[in-house]
Write a new protein. Sequence first.
Length: 296
Amino acid sequence: MTLLSVDNLSKKFDSFEAVKDLTFSVNKGDIYGFLGPNGAGKSTTLRMILGLVHPSGGTITINNNVISSKNRDYLNSIGALIENPSFYNNLTAFDNLKLFALLSKVNDSLRVNTVLEQVGLLNKSAVKVGAFSQGMKQRLGIAQAILHKPELVILDEPSNGLDPQGQADIRRLIQQINSEMGITFIISSHILMEIEKIANRMLVINNGKKIIEGNVYELMSKEKMKVRFKTSNQKKLLNLLDQQKITHFTENEFIVTSVQEEQISSMIDFIVSNDIKIDEVRQLRTLEELFLKWTE
């Protein structure tokens, strides 16, 4: 079921068109990756969804309700963490969330402790935020975003400034909240690897325009990858590839082919079944190359 629909959305700043006729949809339960290079229009789009920037054209619909500057009630169903989380460093984690609860009109006195437990910070609730690491602040930011029990949470570059362990911890936290609470996420990033690891659907934009949208696994698996083979019987393998009309070229002692990722294992089996011993197999196309192909 569709939760958010964006149709022909555009935004101009004087003569500069930051977003150009952008159309996409987010389903309930998605972890939706919003991917594009810096300056692609991601943040502007998210700010329009949040009502922080007024669109120049197009419509945004949440739960079949078209949003507008006159209708702000829809914001009750959205939580957001845009850029770096900002808190009062001289207040504790609990007091910061208590303040946000009052601003959000959350009257449940136990809710602050509940969300602190959900993000793994209940044992740090009495610690002043000024002593928090960047990863802990990100967790507290997510706690703030889910405090009012939204249907949709928008996260803009949630792994920014985190080390690999911190990035993995935030991914697991998002997946846990999505699974256990049924909250839908939109995650903006310029890193394809991050989106591939966490999202089930994704949108790629560049220069304000949609490049590609769809199921992450299907988009990734249908792309051909460069695969490098090394064998002591190079001539026989070259003949076999010629017979099968498989595109290839030689690179010193290696043979490089183009093949879809899901077909690599069956191709290896086929080569071995033709009595050709493979000494080395290596996938060459990187996620960065694929991202550049989409956004070039």
